[in-house]
Design a protein around this ligand. Structure first.
Ligand code: NAI
Length: 433
C-alpha cells in the first residue's frame, strides 16, 4: 500500500505569508477568538476527529486553529477546485494539519483530497463531519457506510448542502444528526448577503477590470446571495436587473428598486451576468445566443450547473486569458463570451471570498455546532437541526464591540410588556429578520 501523504498543498514555502495573513484575519474574527478564550480550559472538542471540507482560505485557517485550540484533531480538504488560497493551505500544512487542497485541482484530485481526510495520521477514522455543500457527507454516507457508526454528526455550512441533507432526510438516507449552520440568522442573513455584497463586485473586478458603472448587470435569483450580489453590483454603479421565479423575492427585488425580468429578455440587455440561485440551468444555449459581444458571465451559487458551460464548450472555441478567466468565441457568429471560473463560484475562484469579519459569524456558528454535536449527541436524533436562537444571538453579540456597536438594555417593565426575557431570546423562531 502506498504511504499516505501527510499533506498536499501547492507550495509549502507560502506558509509564512499565509501565517501573516492569518494573524491579520484573527483581529477581524472576534467570534472565533472569543470562543478560544471561553473554552481554552474546558477543551470541549477533546477527542473529536473532525474532517472538514470547506473552502481552504485564510478565514477557514482561523476556524481550523480554533477547533484545534478547543481540543480537536482536524483534517481538511476544500469544497471547490478553485477556492483554495495556497498560502492558507501552506500555513496549515506547516502547522501540522493534514490538509489536501490547492487552487486549480482537477475533479479527480478533488475527490482524492476528500478521501484523504477520512482517516487521521494515526489510522483512526473521522468521528465528526464539517461540510460545505455536502460532498464529504455524501462520500461518507454513500461510499463509506461502515464509518457512520463512529460519527457523532455533521455541521453543514451552505444552502445547497442543506438542500441535499433535507433530500436525504426525506428519502430516509440521512443516518446521522446534522446541524444546519446556514439557517442560523447570523450565517445566511450575513455571510450569504453582506458577504456577497463585498465579494461579488470584487470577483468581477479582479477577473476583468471592466468598468462596472453604467453597465447593465443581471443577477439570477434574489435570495440571500442574490440580494447581496445585486447590492454589490449596484454599489459599483451598475444598473441591475434581477430574475426570479418566487413572487415574494421578485416583489422584494422590485421594491428594492431593481428591474425584474425574465432571463430570456434580460439576456439581450446584460453586460455582466451572475447566477445566484442554487438551481440548475439558469443560463443556457438560448441565452448565450442573445447576449452582447463580450458579455461577462459568472456564477456565485455553490455548484457549476447554474450555467450551461458544456454547451459553450461544444459551440465555441475556448481560449484562456488568465487563471479562472476564459474567452469563448462562438463558432457560428464569432461573438465572444467571457466566462469566470468555468462557472464555479466566482467570488472564491476569481477573488478571495468573503472578508474575515463576516466569516467569523459563520464559523462561530460552525464551532458551536461542532461543540453541541460532540458533547451532547443524545440531544440530536438523525435528521436536520438548527442551533437555538440563544446561540444565534450570542454569535451576533460577540461581533458588536469590534465595530463599536452599543446595545440598549430592556427594563424589566419593557421586557414584560413585549413578553421576552431581558437577556433574550428576543424574537420567536418564526421571525424573519
Ligand atoms: P436562497 O434559497 O435564499 O435563494 C435562491 C433564490 O433563487 C430563491 O429566491 C429562488 O426563488 C431563486 N431561484 C430559484 N430558481 C430560479 C430560477 N430558475 N430563476 C431565477 N431565480 C431562481 O439561497 P441562497 O442562500 O441565496 O444561496 C444561493 C446559492 O449560493 C446556493 O447554492 C448557496 O449554497 C450558495 N452560496 C454561495 C456563497 C458564496 O460565497 N459564493 C455564500 C452562501 C451561499
Amino acid at each position: 500500500k502506498e504511504e499516505k501523504l501527510p499533506y498536499k498543498v501547492k507550495d509549502i514555502s507560502l506558509a509564512k505569508w499565509g501565517r501573516q495573513e492569518i494573524e491579520l484575519a484573527e483581529a477581524e474574527m472576534p467570534g472565533l477568538m472569543a470562543l478560544r478564550e471561553e473554552y481554552k480550559d474546558e477543551q470541549p472538542l477533546k477527542g473529536a476527529r473532525i474532517a472538514g471540507c470547506l473552502h481552504m482560505t485564510i478565514q477557514t485557517a482561523v476556524l481550523i486553529e480554533t477547533l484545534i485550540e478547543l481540543g480537536a484533531d482536524v483534517t481538511w480538504s476544500s469544497c471547490n477546485i478553485y477556492s483554495t488560497q495556497d498560502h492558507a493551505a501552506a500555513a496549515m500544512a506547516e502547522a501540522g494539519v493534514p490538509v489536501y487542497a490547492w487552487k486549480g485541482m482537477s475533479e479527480e484530485e478533488f475527490n482524492w483530497a476528500i478521501e484523504q481526510t477520512l482517516f487521521f495520521p494515526d489510522g483512526q477514522p473521522l468521528n465528526m463531519i464539517l461540510d460545505d455543500g455536502g460532498d464529504l457527507t455524501n462520500m461518507v454516507l454513500d461510499e463509506y457506510p461502515e464509518l457512520v457508526e463512529g460519527i457523532n454528526g455533521i455541521s453543514e455550512e451552505t444552502t445547497t448542502g442543506v438542500l441535499r441533507l433535507v433530500e436525504r432526510e426525506r428519502k430516509g438516507t440521512l443516518s446521522l444528526p446534522a446541524i444546519n449552520v446556514n439557517d442560523s440568522v447570523t450565517k445566511s442573513k450575513f455571510d450569504n448577503k453582506y458577504g456577497c455584497r463585498e465579494s461579488a463586485a470584487d470577483a468581477i473586478r479582479r477577473a476583468t477590470d471592466v468598468m462596472m458603472a453604467g453597465k447593465v448587470a443581471v443577477v439570477g435569483g434574489y435570495g440571500d446571495v442574490g440580494k447581496g450580489t445585486a447590492a454589490s453590483l449596484r454599489g459599483a454603479g451598475a444598473r441591475v436587473i434581477v430574475t426570479e421565479i418566487d413572487p415574494i423575492c421578485a416583489l422584494q427585488a422590485a421594491m428594492d428598486g431593481f428591474e425584474v425580468k425574465k432571463m430570456d429578455d434580460a439576456a439581450e440587455e446584460g453586460d455582466i451576468f451572475v447566477t445566484a440561485t442554487g438551481n440548475k440551468d439558469i443560463i443556457k444555449d438560448r441565452h448565450f445566443k442573445k447576449m452582447k459581444d463580450k458579455a461577462i458571465v459568472g456564477n456565485i451559487g455553490h455548484f457549476d450547473n447554474e450555467i450551461d458551460v458544456a454547451w459553450l464548450k461544444k459551440n465555441a472555441e475556448e481560449e484562456n486569458i488568465k487563471p479562472q478567466v476564459d474567452l469563448f468565441t462562438m463558432k457560428d457568429s464569432g461573438k465572444q463570451i467571457v466566462l469566470l471560473s468555468q462557472g464555479r463560484l466566482m467570488n472564491l475562484g476569481n477573488a478571495t471570498g468573503h472578508p474575515s469579519f463576516v466569516m467569523s459569524n459563520s464559523f462561530t456558528n460552525q464551532t458551536l455546532a461542532q461543540i453541541a454535536l460532540w458533547n451532547r449527541p443524545e440531544e440530536f436524533e438523525p435528521g436536520v437541526h438548527v442551533l437555538p436562537k440563544s446561540l444565534d444571538e450570542k454569535v451576533a453579540r460577540l461581533h458588536l464591540s469590534k465595530i463599536g456597536v452599543e446595545l440598549d438594555t430592556l427594563t424589566e417593565d419593557q421586557a414584560e410588556y413585549i413578553g421576552v426575557p431581558i437577556t433574550g431570546p428576543y424574537k420567536s423562531d418564526q421571525y424573519r429578520y
